[in-house]
Ligand binder design. Structure first.
Ligand code: GLN
Length: 216
């Protein structure tokens, strides 16, 4: 199986490492040409086409601007509407929300935990996965409201929705690709750089496996 990872900005390498650890081939999407050469509609219609797409954490405003400038916004939105499985983490979840790509019926609040609580780690429950899921939040959003019955809430932490699924779209406010040891005191860039192979092997890959099951 091959999965595309949006690689414009943010923590995309960590997703690639988790996927590769799970035996999945990855393709970086940096420009329209990358997308055109790996996406086919209908999904699954072409043997070497990607089976899904990951939208990583980072800075959603920067990612939105780059998606627009590179001409990627409309084709990616169309692909998701056509049924391509997608997994958005943190900024990636923001991209899926109303007013951005808008493919998920969720309204999100950016930087929702304030400056002090912007980055923290907890163990929470995710429906379909378990009640011991490690969650790393970095200047995280949460879902203020799920606006249609098609969208299922998968996880609530401290009264706030932090994971949801709508068909083959999965979104988490936290970073399942980063472990507790990698959670930085403030900056995502620190987390992105300091990852080690060993800590990845200790990583919890259940959310990625859940996403891969949506890609099959
Ligand atoms: N605060 C970022 C945003 O609003 C998200 C942070 C992250 O992806 N870790 O885009």
């Amino acid at each position: 199986m091959k999965v595309a990872v949006l690689a414009l900005q943010g923590a995309f390498i960590e997703h690639e490492q988790v996927l590769q650890h799970l035996g999945v081939e990855t393709v970086e999407i940096r420009q329209l040409r990358d997308w055109q050469s790996c996406y086919s509609h209908p999904v699954g219609g072409q043997a070497d086409a990607v089976a899904g797409l990951i939208l990583p954490g980072g800075e959603s405003t920067v990612q939105m601007r780059l998606l627009r400038e590179l001409g990627l916004l409309a084709p990616i939105r169309q692909a998701i509407s056509n049924g391509l499985p997608v997994f958005g983490t943190c900024a990636g979840m923001i991209l899926l929300s109303e007013g951005r790509l808008g493919t998920m019926d969720i309204r999100v609040r950016r930087n929702a935990y304030g400056r002090q609580l912007g980055s923290f780690h907890t163990i929470g429950s995710v429906k379909g996965i378990g009640d011991d899921v490690p969650m790393t939040f970095i200047r995280a959003p949460y879902i203020e409201e799920v606006t249609s019955a098609d969208c299922e809430v998968l996880s609530v932490v401290d009264g706030h929705i932090v994971a949801a699924r709508q068909g083959r779209q999965l979104a988490t406010a936290f970073h399942p690709e980063l472990t507790e040891q990698q959670a930085p005191s403030g900056e995502l860039s620190t987390a992105s750089r300091d990852i080690s192979r060993q800590s990845l092997l200790d990583n919890d890959t259940r959310l990625h496996q859940y996403f891969l099951s949506l890609c099959e």
